[in-house]
Design a binder for this molecule. Structure first.
Ligand code: G3I
Length: 358
Protein backbone atom coordinates (compact mmCIF):
# COMPACT_ATOMS: atom_id res chain seq x y z
CA UNK A 1 0.00 0.00 0.00
CA UNK A 2 1.55 3.28 -1.01
CA UNK A 3 2.25 5.54 1.91
CA UNK A 4 -0.64 7.91 2.14
CA UNK A 5 -0.01 11.56 1.53
CA UNK A 6 -1.03 12.34 5.05
CA UNK A 7 1.56 9.92 6.41
CA UNK A 8 4.25 11.44 4.25
CA UNK A 9 3.28 14.97 5.18
CA UNK A 10 2.93 14.07 8.82
CA UNK A 11 6.36 12.48 8.80
CA UNK A 12 7.97 15.86 8.45
CA UNK A 13 9.66 14.99 5.15
CA UNK A 14 10.09 18.39 3.59
CA UNK A 15 8.68 17.69 0.14
CA UNK A 16 10.03 20.09 -2.46
CA UNK A 17 7.43 22.57 -3.62
CA UNK A 18 9.58 23.77 -6.46
CA UNK A 19 12.84 25.62 -7.12
CA UNK A 20 13.91 27.93 -4.29
CA UNK A 21 11.03 30.11 -3.30
CA UNK A 22 10.95 32.96 -0.86
CA UNK A 23 10.36 31.51 2.56
CA UNK A 24 7.89 34.26 3.34
CA UNK A 25 4.22 33.94 2.66
CA UNK A 26 4.15 36.15 -0.38
CA UNK A 27 6.81 36.93 -2.89
CA UNK A 28 6.90 40.29 -4.61
CA UNK A 29 6.34 38.44 -7.89
CA UNK A 30 3.01 37.15 -6.69
CA UNK A 31 -0.03 39.25 -7.52
CA UNK A 32 -2.09 39.91 -4.41
CA UNK A 33 -5.60 38.77 -5.28
CA UNK A 34 -8.30 41.45 -5.23
CA UNK A 35 -10.22 41.85 -2.03
CA UNK A 36 -12.89 39.22 -1.64
CA UNK A 37 -16.22 39.61 0.17
CA UNK A 38 -16.60 38.06 3.63
CA UNK A 39 -16.74 34.33 2.90
CA UNK A 40 -19.78 33.75 5.11
CA UNK A 41 -21.67 36.33 3.04
CA UNK A 42 -21.26 34.35 -0.18
CA UNK A 43 -21.35 30.78 1.16
CA UNK A 44 -24.65 28.92 0.49
CA UNK A 45 -24.65 27.52 4.03
CA UNK A 46 -23.03 28.26 7.37
CA UNK A 47 -19.32 28.83 6.69
CA UNK A 48 -16.95 27.57 9.37
CA UNK A 49 -13.37 27.22 10.41
CA UNK A 50 -11.38 25.06 12.77
CA UNK A 51 -10.47 26.83 15.99
CA UNK A 52 -7.81 26.29 18.69
CA UNK A 53 -8.58 27.85 22.07
CA UNK A 54 -5.41 29.94 21.99
CA UNK A 55 -6.66 31.72 18.87
CA UNK A 56 -9.30 33.41 21.01
CA UNK A 57 -6.42 35.45 22.46
CA UNK A 58 -5.23 36.51 19.00
CA UNK A 59 -7.12 39.68 18.02
CA UNK A 60 -6.09 39.32 14.38
CA UNK A 61 -7.52 35.81 14.26
CA UNK A 62 -10.71 36.90 16.03
CA UNK A 63 -11.21 39.78 13.60
CA UNK A 64 -10.68 37.51 10.58
CA UNK A 65 -13.04 34.89 12.03
CA UNK A 66 -15.76 37.40 12.85
CA UNK A 67 -15.58 38.80 9.35
CA UNK A 68 -15.64 35.48 7.52
CA UNK A 69 -17.22 32.66 9.50
CA UNK A 70 -20.40 31.86 11.42
CA UNK A 71 -19.52 28.37 12.62
CA UNK A 72 -16.61 26.85 14.56
CA UNK A 73 -15.15 23.34 14.85
CA UNK A 74 -12.72 22.74 17.74
CA UNK A 75 -9.58 21.56 15.95
CA UNK A 76 -8.28 19.32 18.75
CA UNK A 77 -9.44 20.38 22.23
CA UNK A 78 -12.83 18.64 22.08
CA UNK A 79 -11.16 15.31 21.29
CA UNK A 80 -10.13 12.51 23.62
CA UNK A 81 -6.47 13.51 23.31
CA UNK A 82 -7.21 16.70 25.24
CA UNK A 83 -10.26 15.79 27.33
CA UNK A 84 -8.77 12.53 28.65
CA UNK A 85 -5.13 13.64 28.82
CA UNK A 86 -5.26 13.26 32.61
CA UNK A 87 -7.11 9.95 32.46
CA UNK A 88 -10.66 8.70 32.27
CA UNK A 89 -11.52 9.89 35.76
CA UNK A 90 -10.26 13.45 35.28
CA UNK A 91 -11.72 14.80 32.03
CA UNK A 92 -10.62 18.31 31.02
CA UNK A 93 -13.25 20.56 29.50
CA UNK A 94 -11.64 23.94 30.13
CA UNK A 95 -10.65 24.63 26.54
CA UNK A 96 -13.70 23.13 24.83
CA UNK A 97 -15.87 25.09 27.27
CA UNK A 98 -13.94 28.24 26.38
CA UNK A 99 -14.47 27.64 22.68
CA UNK A 100 -18.17 26.99 23.26
CA UNK A 101 -18.47 30.22 25.26
CA UNK A 102 -16.61 32.15 22.54
CA UNK A 103 -18.90 30.75 19.86
CA UNK A 104 -21.97 31.74 21.85
CA UNK A 105 -20.61 35.22 22.55
CA UNK A 106 -19.85 35.71 18.85
CA UNK A 107 -23.22 34.35 17.73
CA UNK A 108 -21.48 31.52 15.92
CA UNK A 109 -22.69 27.91 15.67
CA UNK A 110 -20.48 25.07 16.79
CA UNK A 111 -19.81 21.66 15.25
CA UNK A 112 -18.52 19.06 17.73
CA UNK A 113 -15.39 17.21 16.67
CA UNK A 114 -14.95 14.31 17.37
CA UNK A 115 -16.32 11.74 19.78
CA UNK A 116 -14.87 8.42 18.59
CA UNK A 117 -11.71 8.23 16.43
CA UNK A 118 -9.46 5.23 15.82
CA UNK A 119 -6.45 7.53 16.30
CA UNK A 120 -7.14 8.38 19.94
CA UNK A 121 -8.06 6.79 23.25
CA UNK A 122 -6.14 3.52 22.90
CA UNK A 123 -3.81 4.17 25.81
CA UNK A 124 -6.61 5.44 28.06
CA UNK A 125 -8.85 2.43 27.40
CA UNK A 126 -5.98 -0.04 27.59
CA UNK A 127 -6.53 -2.47 30.46
CA UNK A 128 -10.30 -2.07 30.34
CA UNK A 129 -12.37 -5.02 29.17
CA UNK A 130 -15.94 -6.22 29.16
CA UNK A 131 -18.43 -4.16 31.13
CA UNK A 132 -15.73 -1.74 32.29
CA UNK A 133 -14.83 -0.93 28.68
CA UNK A 134 -18.52 -0.50 27.85
CA UNK A 135 -19.06 1.84 30.79
CA UNK A 136 -16.07 3.94 29.75
CA UNK A 137 -17.05 4.05 26.07
CA UNK A 138 -20.70 4.85 26.72
CA UNK A 139 -19.86 7.13 29.61
CA UNK A 140 -17.42 9.22 27.56
CA UNK A 141 -19.96 9.86 24.82
CA UNK A 142 -22.69 10.62 27.37
CA UNK A 143 -20.42 13.03 29.26
CA UNK A 144 -19.06 14.92 26.25
CA UNK A 145 -22.12 14.98 23.99
CA UNK A 146 -24.31 15.60 27.03
CA UNK A 147 -22.17 18.52 28.16
CA UNK A 148 -22.50 20.32 24.85
CA UNK A 149 -26.16 19.51 24.26
CA UNK A 150 -27.77 22.76 23.15
CA UNK A 151 -24.33 24.24 22.43
CA UNK A 152 -23.41 22.27 19.30
CA UNK A 153 -25.64 21.91 16.25
CA UNK A 154 -23.92 18.71 15.19
CA UNK A 155 -21.23 16.13 15.95
CA UNK A 156 -18.64 14.13 14.10
CA UNK A 157 -19.67 11.06 16.08
CA UNK A 158 -17.14 8.78 14.34
CA UNK A 159 -14.09 10.02 12.47
CA UNK A 160 -12.12 8.23 9.73
CA UNK A 161 -13.27 4.60 10.01
CA UNK A 162 -11.80 3.55 6.63
CA UNK A 163 -8.25 2.46 5.76
CA UNK A 164 -6.22 4.92 3.69
CA UNK A 165 -6.27 2.67 0.61
CA UNK A 166 -10.01 2.11 0.94
CA UNK A 167 -9.60 -1.67 1.03
CA UNK A 168 -11.59 -2.13 4.25
CA UNK A 169 -12.61 -0.51 7.51
CA UNK A 170 -9.85 0.07 10.04
CA UNK A 171 -9.27 -2.32 12.89
CA UNK A 172 -8.75 -0.43 16.12
CA UNK A 173 -9.31 -0.62 19.87
CA UNK A 174 -12.95 0.22 19.34
CA UNK A 175 -13.57 -2.44 16.68
CA UNK A 176 -11.69 -5.01 18.79
CA UNK A 177 -14.50 -4.75 21.34
CA UNK A 178 -17.56 -4.13 19.19
CA UNK A 179 -16.64 -5.04 15.60
CA UNK A 180 -15.94 -2.69 12.71
CA UNK A 181 -19.54 -1.62 12.12
CA UNK A 182 -20.45 -2.35 15.72
CA UNK A 183 -18.47 0.42 17.35
CA UNK A 184 -19.85 2.92 14.85
CA UNK A 185 -23.43 1.83 15.52
CA UNK A 186 -22.89 1.95 19.28
CA UNK A 187 -21.30 5.39 19.15
CA UNK A 188 -24.17 6.85 17.14
CA UNK A 189 -26.79 5.26 19.40
CA UNK A 190 -25.13 6.66 22.54
CA UNK A 191 -24.67 10.06 20.93
CA UNK A 192 -28.35 10.11 19.96
CA UNK A 193 -29.32 9.46 23.58
CA UNK A 194 -26.91 12.11 24.88
CA UNK A 195 -28.03 14.80 22.43
CA UNK A 196 -31.35 14.11 20.67
CA UNK A 197 -31.15 17.41 18.80
CA UNK A 198 -27.65 17.38 17.31
CA UNK A 199 -27.18 16.32 13.68
CA UNK A 200 -24.96 13.24 13.84
CA UNK A 201 -22.20 12.89 11.22
CA UNK A 202 -19.82 10.27 9.94
CA UNK A 203 -16.64 12.11 8.90
CA UNK A 204 -13.93 10.88 6.48
CA UNK A 205 -11.17 12.15 4.17
CA UNK A 206 -9.96 11.34 0.64
CA UNK A 207 -13.28 9.91 -0.50
CA UNK A 208 -12.86 11.92 -3.72
CA UNK A 209 -9.12 11.44 -4.23
CA UNK A 210 -8.89 7.70 -3.55
CA UNK A 211 -11.74 6.03 -5.47
CA UNK A 212 -11.63 2.80 -3.46
CA UNK A 213 -12.01 4.83 -0.27
CA UNK A 214 -14.94 6.71 -1.73
CA UNK A 215 -16.66 3.44 -2.60
CA UNK A 216 -15.98 1.99 0.84
CA UNK A 217 -17.50 5.11 2.41
CA UNK A 218 -20.67 4.79 0.33
CA UNK A 219 -20.97 1.08 1.21
CA UNK A 220 -20.48 1.81 4.91
CA UNK A 221 -23.14 4.54 4.87
CA UNK A 222 -25.56 2.21 3.14
CA UNK A 223 -24.92 -0.57 5.68
CA UNK A 224 -25.31 1.77 8.63
CA UNK A 225 -28.57 3.23 7.35
CA UNK A 226 -29.95 -0.25 6.66
CA UNK A 227 -29.03 -1.23 10.21
CA UNK A 228 -31.08 1.66 11.55
CA UNK A 229 -28.08 3.74 12.65
CA UNK A 230 -29.14 7.32 13.56
CA UNK A 231 -26.64 8.60 11.00
CA UNK A 232 -27.93 11.98 9.84
CA UNK A 233 -25.06 13.66 8.03
CA UNK A 234 -22.03 12.88 5.89
CA UNK A 235 -18.71 14.65 6.39
CA UNK A 236 -16.38 15.11 3.43
CA UNK A 237 -13.24 16.45 5.07
CA UNK A 238 -11.87 17.62 1.69
CA UNK A 239 -8.16 17.82 2.48
CA UNK A 240 -7.66 18.29 -1.24
CA UNK A 241 -4.66 17.61 -3.44
CA UNK A 242 -3.73 19.83 -6.39
CA UNK A 243 -3.46 16.79 -8.69
CA UNK A 244 -6.97 15.42 -8.25
CA UNK A 245 -8.22 15.06 -11.84
CA UNK A 246 -10.79 17.65 -12.94
CA UNK A 247 -14.38 16.54 -12.37
CA UNK A 248 -13.65 13.88 -9.74
CA UNK A 249 -14.58 16.10 -6.78
CA UNK A 250 -17.88 17.17 -8.33
CA UNK A 251 -18.74 13.63 -9.39
CA UNK A 252 -18.23 12.30 -5.88
CA UNK A 253 -20.30 15.08 -4.34
CA UNK A 254 -23.17 14.12 -6.63
CA UNK A 255 -22.75 10.45 -5.76
CA UNK A 256 -22.70 10.90 -2.00
CA UNK A 257 -25.64 13.31 -2.20
CA UNK A 258 -27.81 10.46 -3.44
CA UNK A 259 -28.40 9.37 0.16
CA UNK A 260 -30.36 12.59 0.56
CA UNK A 261 -28.52 13.41 3.80
CA UNK A 262 -27.02 16.76 4.83
CA UNK A 263 -23.43 17.10 3.68
CA UNK A 264 -20.68 18.92 5.57
CA UNK A 265 -17.53 19.91 3.73
CA UNK A 266 -15.86 19.64 7.09
CA UNK A 267 -12.10 20.32 6.83
CA UNK A 268 -11.18 21.99 3.55
CA UNK A 269 -7.57 22.74 2.90
CA UNK A 270 -5.40 22.09 -0.15
CA UNK A 271 -1.66 21.74 0.25
CA UNK A 272 0.53 22.82 -2.65
CA UNK A 273 2.97 20.04 -1.81
CA UNK A 274 3.02 16.73 -3.66
CA UNK A 275 4.74 13.40 -3.11
CA UNK A 276 6.64 13.73 -6.40
CA UNK A 277 10.18 14.65 -5.42
CA UNK A 278 10.86 15.73 -9.01
CA UNK A 279 7.88 18.07 -9.08
CA UNK A 280 9.38 21.37 -10.23
CA UNK A 281 6.14 23.19 -10.93
CA UNK A 282 6.10 26.82 -9.85
CA UNK A 283 4.05 28.00 -6.93
CA UNK A 284 1.90 29.96 -9.39
CA UNK A 285 1.12 26.77 -11.33
CA UNK A 286 0.25 24.96 -8.12
CA UNK A 287 -1.95 27.80 -6.91
CA UNK A 288 -3.81 27.72 -10.22
CA UNK A 289 -4.51 24.01 -9.79
CA UNK A 290 -5.50 24.57 -6.17
CA UNK A 291 -7.95 27.27 -7.25
CA UNK A 292 -9.48 24.99 -9.88
CA UNK A 293 -10.07 22.19 -7.37
CA UNK A 294 -11.43 24.49 -4.67
CA UNK A 295 -13.79 26.19 -7.11
CA UNK A 296 -14.95 22.77 -8.26
CA UNK A 297 -15.67 21.71 -4.67
CA UNK A 298 -17.44 24.96 -3.74
CA UNK A 299 -19.51 24.86 -6.91
CA UNK A 300 -20.50 21.21 -6.39
CA UNK A 301 -21.52 21.99 -2.82
CA UNK A 302 -23.52 25.03 -3.91
CA UNK A 303 -25.34 22.86 -6.45
CA UNK A 304 -26.71 20.60 -3.71
CA UNK A 305 -30.34 21.03 -2.63
CA UNK A 306 -30.50 23.54 0.22
CA UNK A 307 -31.52 20.88 2.78
CA UNK A 308 -28.27 19.04 2.02
CA UNK A 309 -25.96 22.03 2.32
CA UNK A 310 -25.27 21.58 6.03
CA UNK A 311 -22.06 23.63 6.32
CA UNK A 312 -18.79 24.40 4.56
CA UNK A 313 -15.77 24.46 6.88
CA UNK A 314 -12.15 25.32 6.19
CA UNK A 315 -9.53 23.69 8.36
CA UNK A 316 -8.10 26.99 9.54
CA UNK A 317 -8.10 30.57 8.30
CA UNK A 318 -4.47 31.63 7.77
CA UNK A 319 -1.78 29.48 6.18
CA UNK A 320 0.18 29.52 9.42
CA UNK A 321 -2.86 28.24 11.33
CA UNK A 322 -2.80 25.06 9.23
CA UNK A 323 -1.70 21.66 10.50
CA UNK A 324 0.42 21.60 7.35
CA UNK A 325 2.42 24.49 8.77
CA UNK A 326 3.02 23.12 12.27
CA UNK A 327 6.38 22.00 13.59
CA UNK A 328 8.86 20.12 11.48
CA UNK A 329 6.28 19.61 8.71
CA UNK A 330 6.44 23.31 7.94
CA UNK A 331 8.56 24.27 4.95
CA UNK A 332 7.43 27.90 5.20
CA UNK A 333 6.07 27.91 1.67
CA UNK A 334 2.80 25.99 1.69
CA UNK A 335 -0.40 27.95 1.16
CA UNK A 336 -3.15 25.47 2.10
CA UNK A 337 -5.80 27.94 3.28
CA UNK A 338 -7.82 30.98 2.19
CA UNK A 339 -5.72 33.66 3.88
CA UNK A 340 -1.99 34.24 4.20
CA UNK A 341 -0.25 34.61 7.55
CA UNK A 342 -1.13 38.31 7.57
CA UNK A 343 -4.83 37.60 7.02
CA UNK A 344 -4.75 38.77 3.38
CA UNK A 345 -6.85 36.79 0.88
CA UNK A 346 -5.03 33.97 -0.90
CA UNK A 347 -6.15 32.77 -4.33
CA UNK A 348 -8.13 30.11 -2.45
CA UNK A 349 -10.45 32.78 -1.06
CA UNK A 350 -11.17 33.98 -4.57
CA UNK A 351 -11.69 30.38 -5.72
CA UNK A 352 -14.25 29.81 -2.96
CA UNK A 353 -16.19 32.92 -3.98
CA UNK A 354 -16.11 31.86 -7.62
CA UNK A 355 -17.39 28.41 -6.75
CA UNK A 356 -20.15 29.58 -4.45
CA UNK A 357 -21.34 32.02 -7.08
CA UNK A 358 -21.60 29.56 -9.98
O1 G3I B 1 -0.66 23.21 21.47
C1 G3I B 1 0.02 22.08 22.01
C2 G3I B 1 1.40 22.50 22.50
O2 G3I B 1 1.24 23.40 23.60
C3 G3I B 1 2.20 21.27 22.95
O3 G3I B 1 3.49 21.65 23.30
C4 G3I B 1 2.25 20.28 21.77
C5 G3I B 1 3.00 19.03 22.12
O4 G3I B 1 2.22 18.28 23.01
O5 G3I B 1 0.90 19.91 21.40
C6 G3I B 1 0.18 21.04 20.92
O6 G3I B 1 -1.12 20.60 20.59
C7 G3I B 1 -1.21 19.90 19.35
C8 G3I B 1 -2.38 20.52 18.58
O7 G3I B 1 -2.58 19.81 17.35
C9 G3I B 1 -2.17 21.99 18.28
O8 G3I B 1 -1.15 22.15 17.38
C10 G3I B 1 -1.52 18.44 19.64
O9 G3I B 1 -0.42 17.84 20.29
C11 G3I B 1 -1.79 17.73 18.32
O10 G3I B 1 -2.18 16.38 18.57
C12 G3I B 1 -2.91 18.43 17.57
O11 G3I B 1 -3.03 17.82 16.29
C13 G3I B 1 -4.31 17.94 15.67
C14 G3I B 1 -4.64 16.58 15.07
O12 G3I B 1 -5.87 16.63 14.32
C15 G3I B 1 -4.81 15.54 16.18
O13 G3I B 1 -5.86 15.92 17.02
C16 G3I B 1 -4.22 18.99 14.55
O14 G3I B 1 -4.06 20.28 15.11
C17 G3I B 1 -5.49 18.96 13.71
O15 G3I B 1 -5.36 19.83 12.58
C18 G3I B 1 -5.76 17.54 13.21
O16 G3I B 1 -7.00 17.59 12.57
C19 G3I B 1 -7.40 16.36 11.93
C20 G3I B 1 -8.89 16.17 12.17
O17 G3I B 1 -9.15 16.12 13.56
C21 G3I B 1 -9.38 14.92 11.46
N1 G3I B 1 -9.06 14.98 10.03
C22 G3I B 1 -7.64 15.18 9.74
C23 G3I B 1 -7.15 16.46 10.41
C24 G3I B 1 -5.70 16.74 10.07
O18 G3I B 1 -4.89 15.72 10.56
Amino acid sequence: MSISRRTVLASGIALPLTAPLAACDRTSAEPIPPNVPPLKSVAPSPFGTAIKALQIDDPDWVALARANVDQLTPEWEMKMEYILADGLDRPRFDRSDRIAAFAKAQGMAMHGHTLIWYAQGKEVFEGLSGAAFDRAFDGYIAAVAGRYRGKVRSWDVVNEPILDDGSALRDCHWSARYGQDGYILRAFEKARIADPDAVLFLNEYNQESIPAKGVQFLKLVERLLKAGCPLQGLGLQSHLWIDIPEGVIAAYMREVAQFGLPIHVSELDCTLRTENRLDLRSQADRLALQSDRVTELASAFAALPERQRFAFTVWGLRDTDSWYRQGQKDDGRDKPLAFDSFGRPNPMAQALVAGFRT
